[in-house]
Design a protein around this ligand. Structure first.
Ligand SMILES: [Zn+2]
Length: 333
């Protein structure tokens, strides 16, 4: 039987999985990315890959390759990880794929973690069988991945699909990426928490502040959603803004790409799921109605089991692409 190794590299935790070609996770290993100290992520990744490779040997599985999803933009031609790798800074500028390929003697592919997640949803998940799919992952930050007509959209420099840092409001609030009005400012965990902290600063008696024990730094996105569900006006305003921003992004995705499926996932999507009707009504205000009718929109909480499958889907995608290129290059082959 054939299998692949999929790795999800996180700022806090990294996971490696031994994944069958139908997406079944046969074995998994995880560890805090920096359990050996700052700057040691690569050692952790090698340990995790070795651990699941050991399982593959025990089970006598043929390994097709290793795929890694990293929380950064990856240059599609050289595989170099961009300098935006803030959560795992030691990866910035590294061509991790070729290095691991040599270390393990297996084809190795590295891509942005949400690109890998989009491939996983397309290969094994909710997007199986569609030709075009957009995934918005609303977590602490906001990542996205686009599969269009059967191709992952990477763009010239790897920024293809960075919808989280595309503006939904051109004169909006400054974003930590250096831009302003980005979707991430309004609809990511970090953006929602920061908006709440700014609004309650110096305003004793605000319910959000009381719920955070008087310390604005302890306000989190889940706390904002809970307060909104209890009718707190400040929190309700922030959640309403998140719904509108997401509606505007749905308008961009539907009018700009009109995919068959738009999947909104991640921790914040879980909190937004009860407000799905509100988000879709907001989208109606921005998208062409016939285009919106043809794009299926699903809000689903993040599925942790998919993390290692992202890297695995990347290996299967690249292997199939290489085989197609090989067939095209050799007539009759
Ligand atoms: Zn931004």
């Amino acid at each position: 039987m054939r299998a692949v190794i999929g790795v999800d590299v996180g700022g806090t935790t990294s996971v490696a999985g031994l994944v069958a070609s139908d997406g079944a996770v046969l074995a998994e290993a995880s560890a805090p990315t920096h359990h050996r100290g700052p700057g040691t992520a690569v050692e952790t990744l090698v340990e995790l890959i070795e651990s699941v490779r050991g399982r593959a040997r025990e089970e006598k599985l043929e390994l097709l390759g290793i795929g890694l999803g990293v929380p950064a933009v990856v240059d599609p031609s050289g595989g170099r990880i961009g300098g935006e790798a803030l959560h795992v800074p030691e990866l910035a500028g590294r061509a991790l794929g070729p290095w691991l390929a040599e270390r393990f003697g297996l084809p190795t592919f590295v891509d942005n973690d949400v690109n890998a997640l989009a491939l996983a949803e397309w290969t094994f998940g909710a997007g199986h069988g569609v030709r075009s799919l957009v995934v918005l992952a609303l977590g602490t930050g906001l990542g996205a991945g686009i599969v269009l007509d059967g191709q992952l959209v990477r763009g010239a420099e790897g920024f293809g699909g960075e919808l989280g840092h595309s503006p939904v409001k051109f004169d909006g609030r400054p974003c930590w990426c250096g831009g302003r009005g980005c979707l991430a400012v309004y609809a990511s965990g970090r953006g929602i928490a920061e908006a709440a902290r700014a609004r309650v600063a110096g305003r004793a008696g605000e319910a959000l502040l009381t719920a955070a024990g008087g310390d604005p730094a302890r306000i989190t996105a889940p706390l904002v959603f809970r307060a909104a569900a209890h009718g707190d006006p400040t929190a309700t305003g922030i959640v309403e803004e998140a719904c509108l921003a997401l509606g505007a992004m749905i308008g961009i995705v539907v009018n700009g790409l009109n995919p068959e499926l738009l999947l909104i996932t991640g921790g914040v999507a879980g909190a937004l799921a009860p407000l799905e009707g509100r988000v879709l009504r907001a989208a109606e205000g921005f998208a062409f109605s016939r285009a919106l009718a043809r794009t299926r929109i699903r809000l689903v909480p993040g599925d942790k089991r998919l993390t290692a499958r992202g890297g695995a889907a990347l290996v299967l995608y690249e292997t199939a692409r290489a085989e197609r290129a090989g067939c095209a290059a050799s007539p009759g082959g």
